[in-house]
Ligand binder design. Sequence first.
Ligand code: HEM
Length: 461
Amino acid sequence: MHASEAGFRHLETAPIDPPGSLLWNPLTAGRDMLRDPLGRLAADWRAYGDVVRLRIGPIAYYGLSHPDHLQHVLQENNRNYVKGPIIARTRILIGDGLFTSEGDFWRRQRRLAQPAFHRQRIGGFGATMTDTAGEMLDAWSGAAATGEAFDLAAEMNRLTLRIVGRTLFSLDLQESAAAVGRALTDALDIVTQRFFTLLPLPLWVPTSPNRRFVRARRALDEAVLRIVGERRGAGRQHGDLLAMLLEARDPDSGEGMTDRQLRDEVMTFVLAGHETTAVALAWTWYLLGRHPEVEQRLRDEVADAVGRRTPTPADLPALRYVRMVVDETLRLYPPVWAFGRQAVADDRIGPFRIRAGAPVNLAVWLTHRHPDFWPDAERFDPERFAPDRAATRHRFAYLPFSGGPRLCIGNEFALLELVLVVTMMAQRYRIAPVDPDRVIEPLVRVTLRPQGGVPVRIRHA
Ligand code: HEM
């Protein structure tokens, strides 16, 4: 029986506050959360169950992880939930772009961007994805010859940044990739710290993190404005996302987007579109490195399905096991590990009251490990995503791309990229961890990064 069915029996009784703990000291509470957010989520779930109410000083927030409850918030009653104050903290970086905006403004921007993500158009990106991956793999031949170790995670970041630049903005971000990568790491570190700080100081207060953030944001702004400026000046037709954003007109006023809006959307797509996919690739190879039998099966499938030729989107149905490996990686290490929301009006989840105005944390990290849906959840087992097993599972038990109207707009883009890139890497190289016994912990930032990177050695396959 699902928890919400159980909940119906309570509908006649007055709702009660969910169980949870009270963290009196707001200053240390934030620090404790930051130290081990995933451990904290798991401990609260073990102690209190599927609906948790955590109070930090005067603020109460709710933690949800059961698929029924995620479905309720993200889909069935989505109009009662906005992204809210925690997500608003990312505005210092991505402004009012698609990820953070709300209401009619969000709907309009989503409609504008959607055509760039239609399946057919995404398919057209396949060649750019494989060309860019091919260039990276060519550049690896030196490391394959010498056996020199390198960090796969950093390489994946550069690759996905270039792919986003080329597909969505028809621009090569290779030159800026290193500088953008550093600025991004700095900026995201500080945004994460602010997530877990009760009352973050305004950016004009010249603390060391604030100054680092402002410097990083300036570097990112420069890169983004260069993208917009080059294209406004170029006057050439590109059928990409940026062209759609540049050509968009408000149906009432006939006005185009301001530079500020463009900057926010471009920054959103650069960030949302590359960091997530990069960490997914890094985790995939980390897991393959620890499961040689899975890797061998993947290599066999790649050899059968495409041999040595460059894969295309048309090969995806034949690369089913590669996709299962990717799906299972996104289960164990969902790059976006929790989604923040805020209840607009009072709501009810089973017997529990969700109070208006409270932040609600949808902990997909826990959902993907919920024992009612994922037996032996910590085990890496791509067979969970064999089509017959996946078809009978609760639709909201697996949500790496969220669900409901705020579903990731780039999900098909990301899955295509992941399958094509993993396939090409397997075709060209054998990839071995430098230290096969090292367990890599997730570093919790806005995404889940492999802590210390994924050091590997490669040789030609
Ligand atoms: C493995 C890769 C990816 C993962 C795991 C991922 C995950 C997510 C999740 C969970 C959300 C919703 C968050 C929420 O409900 O609060 C989201 C939204 C979004 N994603 Fe992705 N994403 C990925 C790749 C991409 C790519 C490649 C793009 C663009 C090219 C992209 C663009 C966006 C945008 C613009 C939004 C906001 C959509 C809206 O609210 O309308 N993402 N993503």
